[in-house]
Design a protein around this ligand. Structure first.
Ligand SMILES: Nc1ncnc2c1ncn2[C@@H]1O[C@H](COP(=O)(O)OP(=O)(O)OP(=O)(O)O)[C@@H](O)[C@H]1O
Ligand SMILES: [Mg+2]
Ligand SMILES: [Zn+2]
Length: 838
C-alpha cells in the first residue's frame, strides 16, 4: 500500500491504511451458539445470509446435526447478543453456548408446544360440547408462530422449506374445515422438532467436549502471571500444575509428571513425562508439576486443528450427500407441480370428488418434504466422525468415512507402524583403522540428529550413552537419500549412513564387512562410509507393536488382506512377519517411496479399495495414493499427517480394524436411513391412493422418519471405545500396561516395574481385571514363512541381491518394483540395479 500511496488522494490512502490497521487490530473470537431452529440443511444458507453481512463477522459455520453455529467475530464490533438477536429475528431460537457447557441438555418444550398440546387435548372433548372444536383451531394457531417465522424467512429468499410445506398442509386442513387435523399437524410437527433437538443433545455434548478441552487461561512459569492462552507466544514457558489441562502444545523443560492423553489418543492411561518430552494441549496433567516451553500458538495446537477438522468435515459434503442434495433440488419443485396438478386437474376434467383430490394433493406435498432423506447422511456422518475423534482417529471428512467402510486391503508400512520404531543398537563396529570409535560416533550422531528417522534417534542415543554429545551445528551439508539413508559433511569429511544401497553407491573400493555382520537374523544393518571408505557397521533391532498381529488377524476375519511395504531390508521384513505369526499376506521390501506408490496402486487394481497405514516421510506419496491413507501417531512425520486422509493419534494399531468397522457401520446406518425415509413416504402415498388421504399420517411419517433418522444415527455414537466387552477391555489394559512399561523402560529400567505396579497391578502377576497372565501374542508365534530359496543370491556385502520374499503366492512380476526384486543368477549386483544418480 505504501508504494502506490501517491496515486491515491491522501485522504483515501489514510482511510485505507486505517481500515487495514483496524482489521489487523481486531481480536477475533469464536462464539458457539445453540441454534435450535436449524433442522434441515435448508436453514444453513439462511443462517449464513443473516450473519455474513454483519460488520465484524469473519466466518460462519453451521453444524446441522448438533444445531451449532460457530461464528468468528470481533466482539467489539458485533457482540454475541447482537448475533443472537439477528438469528432470533428469523425465529431460529438461538442462544450462546456457555464455555464448557454441553449444549441443549434438559430443555423443556417451548410454550408454543405446551399451549398447542393443551388446547388440542381440550378440543378432544367436543363430543361433550361441540363448540370445543374451535379450540383445535386455537391449538393450530398457538403452535404455529415459530413455523410461520421460519417459513417467512425461507420464503423471503425464495426457498421452499419444510415449514412452508407444513403451513400449506395446515391451511389446507383449515380450508377443509378439519380443525382437529390442523391442530394435530402443528402439534406433531413442533413436538417432533423438539424431540429431535433433545436427541441431538448427545451429539452437541460430544462436539463441545471436543472443543472445550483447552483451558482459556494459562500461567506463565516465570512471573506466575495468568494470561489468555491466545496471547501466549511460541517459546514462552508456562506452568502446569497437577490436575490441570495442558493449555498449549510444547516440550517439558522442568519437572516430571504423568499425563492422560485420552482426549487426543482415545486411550486413557498415564504417560510419563520428563524434560524433553512433548506434551499436547487438551491433555490432563495427572500428578506433578511441569513447566512447558510452548511450540505452537494456541490456535495451531493439535487439538485446535482437530476441532477445525471436525467442523470442516461437517461442511465438506460426502458423495452420498451430494447425490441427495442434487436430487432434492429437482425433486421438491417437481412434487409441488405434481401437487398442484393433482388438486386442480381432476376437478377441471369433471371428477366428482374434488375434496378427495385436494386432500391427496396436500398429502403429496407433505410427503414431498425430503428432510429425512436430506438428514440421513450428515447426521450419521457427524456421529461417526465424533466417535472416530473420541477413539483418537481424526477423519478428514465424510468421504473418507465412507471409503473406510469399503476397504478390501490394507498396506502397512513396517518401521513405526507394524513395529514400534524404537530401535536399539545391538552392534556398532569400526571397520578398518581409518577412524576411532569416538570420532565415528561423534560424526554419526551429529549428522543423525538432523534426521527424523527412527533409526537416527537410536544412533544418537547410543552415542550419548557412550558420553558423546552430537553437534548438529557442525554439519555443513545434509541430505536425505530416500529409501537409502542420509548424507552429511562434517569436519570436511563426506559421510554416508544407510543401508546396503548407500554402501553400493558411496564406497569406492570393496572393503570386507566384518564376519559377524553376516547371517544376523531380524535386524537392520547399517553402514557408515567416509570419503568412499567403509568405516563402520551397525545393527539395529526393533520390536513389533503390541496388538499388531491381532489387528491383522482381525482385518483378515473381516475379509481384508494385509500387505507389508517397507523400505527396510528383506530380512527385517521376514523377521517382522515371523513375529506376527505369518499374518501378512504379502511382503515387499527395500522399497523407494515411489515403489510404495506403485504397489499401493497395484493392490488397488487387484484387490479393491485399499488403505495405507504409515508414519514416515517416505510413506507420504503412498498415503496420498491409497483410497484411505492413515498416518500413525501425533509424533509421526508431518508430511505423512498432511497427505493422509485420516490420522491415528494414538499408536494403537488395533484402531485400524476398529476404524474400518466404524466406516462399515456408518455406511449401513446411512443406507437404513435413506431406505426408511423413502419407504415411509411410499407407504403414506400408497395408503392415500388405496384407502383415503390421511393428512396427519403424512405429517407423522415425515417428522417421524426425521426423528428416526436422527436416533438411528445416534447409535453410532456408542460405537468404538464404549462398546468393548470385558475381554476386550482386559486386552486393552494389558496393552496399555505393556506400552507404558516400554515407555518407562526407555527412561529408567527399574522404574518400569515399580510404576506399572502402582497403577495397574504388576504385569507379571497378570491383568488386574481378570488375573489372567498377560502375554502379547507376538511373542508366542508360529513361524510360517515361505521364502523363495531359489531366488536367494550370494550374500556378501557389496553384492547383496534382495530376496524375493513371498508369503502367499507370487506377486505379479509387473507389480514388483525393479529395485526390490533382484533375481539373481549369481552375477547380479545391487549396485547395478539400484545405484541411482541423485
Ligand atoms: N537416518 C538414517 N540413518 C540410517 N539409515 C537410514 C536412515 N534413513 C534411512 N535409512 C536406511 O534406509 C532404509 C530405508 O529407509 P526408509 O525410510 O525408506 O524405510 P523405513 O522407514 O526404514 O521402513 P518403512 O518403510 O517400513 O517405514 C532404512 O531401512 C535404513 O536402513
Ligand atoms: Mg516408516
Ligand atoms: Zn420433513
Amino acid at each position: 500500500m505504501t508504494g502506490s500511496g501517491e496515486s491515491y488522494p491522501a485522504l483515501e490512502a489514510s482511510l485505507l491504511s486505517d481500515e487495514a490497521a483496524a482489521s489487523a487490530r481486531r481480536k477475533w473470537e469464536k462464539t458457539y451458539l445453540d441454534v435450535l431452529g436449524v433442522c434441515c440443511s435448508a436453514e444453513v444458507a439462511l443462517v449464513e445470509r443473516l450473519l455474513a453481512p454483519l460488520d465484524g463477522v469473519r466466518a460462519v459455520s453451521v453444524v446441522v446435526p448438533s444445531r451449532t453455529v460457530v461464528v468468528e467475530h470481533d466482539p467489539s464490533a458485533v457482540s454475541q447478543s447482537r448475533i443472537v438477536k439477528v438469528l432470533n429475528g428469523a425465529g431460529l431460537e438461538a442462544s450462546v453456548r456457555a464455555y464448557g457447557s454441553s449444549g441443549v441438555i434438559g430443555r423443556w418444550p417451548s410454550p408454543y408446544i405446551v399451549a398447542c398440546g393443551a388446547l388440542l387435548l381440550a378440543s378432544s372433548f367436543r363430543w361433550l360440547l361441540p363448540p370445543l372444536q374451535w379450540l383445535a383451531l386455537g391449538a393450530a394457531c398457538a403452535g404455529a408462530p415459530p413455523m410461520v417465522l421460519r417459513g417467512f424467512a425461507a420464503a423471503s429468499r425464495l426457498a421452499l422449506d419444510i415449514n412452508i410445506l407444513m403451513l400449506i398442509a395446515v391451511v389446507g386442513a383449515v380450508a377443509l374445515k378439519d380443525y382437529t387435523e390442523a391442530g394435530v399437524i402443528v402439534f406433531l410437527f413442533t413436538t417432533a422438532e423438539w424431540l429431535e433437538t433433545l436427541a441431538c443433545t448427545k451429539a452437541s455434548a460430544g462436539m463441545s467436549s471436543l472443543m472445550s478441552m483447552i483451558p482459556p487461561k494459562a500461567v506463565l512459569a516465570e512471573t506466575g502471571e495468568v494470561v489468555n492462552v491466545r496471547d501466549i507466544d511460541v517459546g514462552a514457558v508456562i506452568a502446569v500444575r497437577a490436575g490441570e489441562m495442558v493449555p498449549v502444545d510444547g516440550v517439558v523443560v522442568d519437572g516430571q509428571s504423568e499425563v492422560d492423553e485420552r482426549s487426543l489418543t482415545g486411550e486413557s492411561y498415564p504417560v510419563p513425562k520428563q524434560p524433553l518430552s512433548e506434551v499436547w494441549a487438551g491433555t490432563l496433567n495427572l500428578d506433578g508439576y511441569i513447566a512447558v516451553r510452548t511450540s505452537a500458538l494456541a490456535e495451531n495446537s493439535t487439538v485446535a486443528k482437530m476441532e477445525r477438522l471436525v467442523e470442516e468435515a461437517q461442511q465438506s459434503k460426502s458423495k452420498t450427500q451430494r447425490l441427495i442434495d442434487s436430487c432434492a433440488k429437482y425433486y421438491t419443485p417437481a412434487v409441488v407441480f405434481l401437487g398442484a396438478g393433482v388438486a386442480l386437474l381432476p376437478p377441471l376434467v369433471g371428477a366428482r370428488d374434488a375434496e378427495r383430490w385436494f386432500r391427496l394433493a396436500l398429502v403429496l406435498l407433505v410427503s414431498a418434504c425430503p428432510c429425512a432423506l436430506v438428514l440421513s447422511t450428515p447426521v450419521a456422518t457427524f456421529c461417526a466422525l465424533l466417535t472416530a475423534a473420541r477413539m483418537g482417529l481424526l477423519v478428514k471428512g465424510g468421504d473418507v468415512l465412507e471409503s473406510l467402510g469399503e476397504i478390501k486391503a490394507v498396506a502397512f508400512d513396517k518401521t513405526g507402524t507394524i513395529t514400534r520404531g524404537e530401535f536399539t543398537v545391538d552392534i556398532f563396529d569400526v571397520v578398518g583403522h581409518k577412524v576411532q570409535m569416538s570420532q565415528l560416533l561423534y560424526w554419526i550422531s551429529s549428522i543423525e540428529s538432523k534426521s527424523s528417522h527412527p533409526m537416527a534417534a537410536a544412533l544418537v542415543e547410543y552415542a550419548q550413552s557412550k558420553s558423546i554429545e552430537p553437534k548438529p551445528e557442525c554439519v555443513a551439508e545434509f541430505r536425505i537419500l530416500p529409501g537409502e539413508g542420509i548424507y552429511g559433511e562434517i569436519d570436511g569429511k563426506r559421510i554416508y549412513v544407510g543401508n546396503k544401497r548407500v554402501l553400493a553407491r558411496a564406497s569406492s573400493c570393496q572393503t570386507a564387512v566384518p564376519e559377524r555382520m553376516n547371517g544376523l537374523k531380524g535386524v537392520s544393518i547399517g553402514y557408515v562410509i567416509c570419503d568412499g571408505d567403509l568405516v563402520g557397521v551397525f545393527s539395529l533391532s526393533d520390536d513389533c507393536r503390541t496388538g499388531a498381529a491381532e489387528a491383522i488377524r482381525e482385518l483378515a476375519s473381516m475379509g481384508i488382506s494385509s500387505v507389508l511395504l517397507t523400505g527396510d531390508s528383506a530380512e527385517a521384513a521376514v523377521h517382522a512377519q515371523e513375529r506376527l505369526g505369518g499374518a501378512l499376506e504379502e511382503l515387499h521390501s527395500e522399497l523407494f517411496p515411489e515403489d510404495k506408490v506403485r504397489l499401493v496402486s497395484a493392490v488397488k487394481a487387484r484387490v479393491g479399495p485399499t488403505m495405507m497405514v504409515g508414519d514416515g516421510m517416505n510413506d507420504a506419496p503412498a498415503l496420498a495414493m491409497a483410497d484411505v491413507g492413515v498416518s500413525m501417531g501425533i509424533s509421526g512425520s508431518a508430511a505423512a499427517m498432511e497427505t493422509s486422509h485420516a490420522t491415528l493419534m494414538s499408536s494403537d494399531i488395533l484402531r485400524v480394524p476398529e476404524a474400518v468397522r466404524l466406516g462399515r457401520r456408518a455406511r449401513r446406518t446411512i443406507a437404513v436411513n435413506m431406505v426408511s425415509s423413502v419407504a415411509a413416504k411410499v407407504a403414506v402415498l400408497a395408503l392415500a391412493l388405496a384407502w383415503r388421504p390421511v393428512l396427519w399420517a403424512a405429517v407423522l411419517a415425515d417428522v417421524g422418519t426425521c426423528l428416526l433418522v436422527v436416533l438411528n444415527s445416534m447409535l453410532l455414537l456408542g460405537e468404538g471405545g464404549g462398546r468393548r466387552g470385558k475381554e476386550e477391555a482386559c486386552r486393552a489394559t494389558a496393552r496399555s500396561l505393556e506400552m507404558r512399561r516400554s515407555q518407562l523402560a526407555a527412561v529408567s529400567p527399574d522404574a518400569a516395574t515399580k510404576s506399572v505396579g502402582k497403577t495397574g497391578g504388576d504385569a507379571s502377576k497378570g491383568c488386574h481385571c481378570c488375573h489372567k497372565p498377560i502375554k502379547s501374542p507376538e511373542h508366542s508365534v508360529v513361524i510360517n514363512v515361505r521364502v523363495d530359496e531359489q531366488r536367494e543370491g550370494p550374500t556378501d556385502a557389496t553384492c547383496t541381491p534382495a530376496k524375493n520374499v513371498e508369503v502367499t503366492g507370487l506377486v505379479d512380476a509387473s507389480v514388483m518394483p525393479a529395485s526390490s526384486s533382484c533375481v539373481s543368477g549369481g552375477g547380479c549386483c545391487s549396485r547395478e540395479k539400484t545405484g541411482r544418480n541423485m
